[in-house]
Design a binder for this molecule. Structure first.
Ligand code: SF4
Ligand code: SF4
Length: 85
């Protein structure tokens, strides 16, 4: 069962409950912005998650995964690979 487009495991996210977030695949808009470019891109390609995409792992996904403040050091990219397997 996938939990997000980018590979974040939403059920383990510390903000899910406090921000009343339904999880990436169940929401139309994230709580932190009007839109998430990764989510929009992935859904635009009708991919369940980025691991299914022919351009995986693209610059945009890497940018999110390795962001100094909000990134997870590539953990979400590894998660996409697991979901793909
Ligand atoms: S960063 Fe984007 S794609 Fe990843 S869980 Fe959040 S809304 Fe979904
Ligand atoms: S890997 Fe990149 S190009 Fe492919 S769906 Fe995800 S964000 Fe879009």
């Amino acid at each position: 069962m996938i939990e997000s487009r980018c590979g974040i495991v939403c059920s383990e996210c510390e903000y899910k409950e406090s921000m009343g977030c339904g999880g990436c695949v169940n929401i139309s808009k994230p709580f932190w912005a009007d839109a998430c470019p990764v989510k929009s891109c992935c859904e635009g390609k009708s991919s369940a998650h980025c691991g299914e995409c022919g351009d995986f792992a693209c610059d945009l996904l890497n940018q999110f995964a390795y962001d100094e403040k909000q990134g997870d050091n590539g953990k979400r990219i590894e998660q996409c690979k697991k979901w793909k397997a």
